[in-house]
Write a protein that binds this ligand. Sequence first.
Ligand SMILES: Nc1ncnc2c1ncn2[C@@H]1O[C@H](COP(=O)(O)OP(=O)(O)OP(=O)(O)O)[C@@H](O)[C@H]1O
Ligand SMILES: [Mg+2]
Length: 305
Amino acid sequence: MLLPIITRGDPCFTGLIRYNYQGRPLYFKVAFIYNNLLAIYGESFRMRVIAFANQKGGVGKTTCAVTLADGLARKKLRVLLIDLDPQGHAALSLGFQKSAGLYHFLSLEEPLKNLVVHARPNLDLLPGDKLTEKVKHQIALMDFRKTILSDHLTGLDYDAVILDLAPSLDVLHINGLSASDWVVIPTRLDMLSIDGVKEVLLTMAELSQSGKCYRGYSILPTFFERTTKETLSQFRELVQTFSGHVWPPIPQDASVRAASAQGKTLWETSRNTSALLGFKNGRQFQGGFNQVLERLLEVIRDEKE
Ligand SMILES: Nc1ncnc2c1ncn2[C@@H]1O[C@H](COP(=O)(O)OP(=O)(O)OP(=O)(O)O)[C@@H](O)[C@H]1O
Ligand SMILES: [Mg+2]
């Protein structure tokens, strides 16, 4: 059974305020009435944090996070991509070396501006590497351990922060989900990956029960093969179960692997490839990163109700 997830319609917003007292951080938990905050400040000023999560490995989390982060940056949004995975693949996918940016940011409390790589115009990257493992052990010993990342993101000056999560259920995964306004769950169209979707939703529901508010979540089918029976039947089932939450699928496409092997994004290597354009359905294209980027922009943009 899935527990309810508190989403953007709910009038609550909780967070931590950090105050340095004699060199030691003190945390105060605060709760605001979300709708009142909107009325006072207006929505468009709030940075959006979007996590790409699925505990199942190899479903396309990093590919989606990197491609869409660069897509948003090309639309002139100021984007920060944070690698929360000790594998450090976000940096490699953008043509940079892995490095211990996340460790220096969360464990050594160094300023973000000294740690980010200016990966592309408008796109900053906070890389990770195997020292990210050490961050997990340190967070596990801290107070307010679920919200350490969210606390560190408070006050940053970006339009969007994209989190690339590791395929694991650990304290950093929980921190990623706790810090997010919106969660995108990439999934292959097979039973085990879809089980990973349910696990992410369960974790979000548990966090919601302890006061976390989400604006929403989306399920992003990846490696879509129109001609494969299992893909199609799993896709239909996904749409029936999660209806409005399922985004247009990303086709399976050899250009994806080729682009990341060169340390480039698809927007740089193959603008006419199916992973970007989607697949042809009659005269129209369906799915692909072009369409998904529009969905993501809707999430980030000011949505007047
Ligand atoms: N749509 C696609 N078509 C073909 N290959 C893809 C597609 N999406 C991703 N890939 C390739 O699949 C592999 C796994 O993708 P990726 O690293 O993005 O998954 P992940 O979920 O981040 O993996 P992990 O769980 O290990 O972090 C990569 O080699 C990537 O280039
Ligand atoms: Mg990954």
